[in-house]
Write a protein that binds this ligand. Structure first.
Ligand code: BG6
Length: 515
């Protein structure tokens, strides 16, 4: 792995080789919320600038908050200026927003769908959307079933002209809050749409570095042969944030770290690290292999839970030189809350490839750094030829895949320190995206929105994977709920989490790698 820059502008070139999606209408339910302004519209704008959108795409915002078309366009223009990574000219933004519309209504009421249908028909007649429709559920999940059912009653769920036009639905997380609600949600959606119309978004799968895991594993001959229990000692996955709950106290009290981060993002990353090679990079095959991993994960032994799971909550502390409040002192959080803001878990994947290789995962808010990284620790050499003194002090080989920030991959190995005596020191080979390619990677939402429009489900979560992840985690959530404050470990904000998480690995003679 060298760090030399070689290919000019590979990401954009690669994307240009993709098909351009068909003209379509994107209908966003809950369009007055944060997600639309922060992520969806800036991502669409960026795709448009990159020439990746069809000549016409209409966006219809739907929500109760009263806006006119004009007001919505103004709000979206401000959002593009605020959240786009580059400076953009007003004229480009105005031109992009010319097919943006807004419908103020209560979409929990079937009557609201009349004006939506009329607008969609009008846009089809004008040739703007050409009958293709993407419904985006950016509302709280409690509203998904009712919206889906009204879309059905309004005759909007099926493709307008089957075989010629398409209709798809994007479902944002959380996909339920436990196994029962996830099943209910899936069955509500699937009673109206077929699975091939449903795109469950997990934005981690849209991150370049997460996709690169598959390229690292399956486009190189040198890693896959050692990617198993014979050579790998254990795997660590860390998704750490230094931010707190950012004013989302109400949501977070209901969710907690396990639901917010582990059930979706961390389990997706774990599946990609552990999956078998699919025969091709095609949706069904990739998703089959991911599902097999989830199926192979051993359920937690609730009688010995402390050997597998740690939950924590942050106390007052210091982050980037600023004093930050304890979780219990955050707005809309109960002063006696037992919601976890940190979790560390040990998973076992019971199959031939991974038997005996623990997967340790941890994630938390208000940790020491904002960093997501996968660490693969390889087994030590079976016999140390350099003498007994070196046996324990020579470090094992480590491969680190940095998901964010400073995206890249490094491999740590041992080298002889230049001296007349035998001295062994660890050194690193580094690949950094920024150095090697010199281009900005597309944002996760750009990749995923484009994939929805192109009808490529490879990076979206299938019904079975959602339910299997809940099946594993629901007993743990229920147990934590019963335990209340019992067993909740506290950590100071700005640290690496509770001491109990270190003890989880120390029990196995291991430690979390410094990131
Ligand atoms: C979201 C969670 O899904 O992911 C947030 O709801 C979290 O709580 C965010 O902050 C992290 O995403 P990223 O891309 O910043 O790592």
């Amino acid at each position: 792995m060298a760090t030399t820059a070689v290919v000019p502008n590979p990401l954009r070139e690669g994307m240009r080789m993709r098909k351009t999606p068909d003209p379509c209408a994107i209908v966003i339910f809950g369009a007055s919320g944060d997600l639309t302004a922060r992520k969806l519209v800036p991502a669409l704008f960026s795709l448009d600038r990159g020439g990746m959108l069809p000549p016409t795409v209409a966006v219809i915002g739907c929500a109760k908050t009263p806006y006119s078309h004009e007001k919505f366009r103004e709000a979206m223009a401000a959002a593009i200026h605020k959240y786009s990574p580059e400076t953009v000219e007003d004229a480009a933004v105005t031109d992009f927003l010319r097919h943006f519309y807004y419908l103020t209504d209560n979409f929990s009421d079937v009557k609201a769908y009349k004006q939506l249908t009329d607008l969609l028909e009008k846009l089809d007649k004008e040739g703007v959307a050409q009958g293709n429709r993407l419904f985006y559920m950016a509302t709280p999940p409690s509203q998904f079933p009712v919206i889906v059912s009204h879309l059905n009653s309004a005759g909007l769920a099926k493709p307008k002209d089957p075989g010629k036009t398409w209709t798809r639905i994007v479902v944002e997380k959380p996909f339920g809050r436990d196994l029962t609600s996830a099943r209910q949600l899936n069955s509500a959606v699937l009673s109206v749409f077929s699975e091939d119309q449903v795109y469950r978004i997990d934005h981690y799968l849209g991150k370049e570095t997460v996709q690169n895991l598959l390229v690292l594993r399956f486009a190189n001959g040198i890693f896959e042969p050692i990617w198993n229990r014979r050579y790998i000692d254990h795997v660590e996955i860390t998704v750490a944030e230094d931010i707190g709950i950012e004013g989302r106290g109400g949501y977070y009290e209901e969710a907690g770290l396990l639901r917010d981060m582990i059930q979706n993002h961390v389990m997706s990353v774990l599946s990609l690290v552990a999956m078998e090679p699919p025969a091709s990079f095609e949706a069904t095959q990739v998703r089959d292999e991911k599902a097999k991993v989830l199926r192979a994960i051993r359920p937690f032994d609730l009688d010995r839970l402390s050997e597998f799971a740690v939950r924590g909550q942050y106390l007052q502390g210091w982050v980037k030189g600023q004093s930050v409040p304890a979780y219990r002192a955050e707005p809309k959080v109960s002063p006696t809350s037992t919601t976890e803001t940190y979790a560390a878990l040990k998973f076992s994947v019971d199959n031939w490839r991974w038997a005996g290789v623990p997967f340790y995962v941890r994630s938390g808010k208000r940790l020491a750094k904002h960093i997501s990284e996968i660490v693969i620790e390889f087994r030590r050499v079976p016999h140390m030829v350099f003498g007994k003194t070196w046996r324990d002090s020579v470090e094992p080989n480590i491969m680190s895949v940095r998901i964010q920030p400073n995206e890249g991959i490094s491999v740590k190995f041992n080298a002889k320190f230049p001296a007349t005596t035998m001295q062994i020191r660890p050194v690193k080979m580094e690949f950094r995206y920024a150095d090697s390619f010199g281009v900005e990677a597309p944002g996760a939402y750009e990749t995923l929105l484009l994939d929805c429009m192109l009808g490529d489900q490879t990076l979206f979560t299938r019904e079975d994977a959602v339910e299997m992840a809940w099946e594993l985690l629901t007993p743990l959530l229920e147990r934590w709920q019963q335990d209340g404050a019992g067993g909740l470990a506290f950590y100071e904000a700005g640290t690496w989490g509770p001491a109990e998480a270190d003890a989880l690995l120390a029990r196995d003679g291991r430690h979390w790698h410094r990131l």
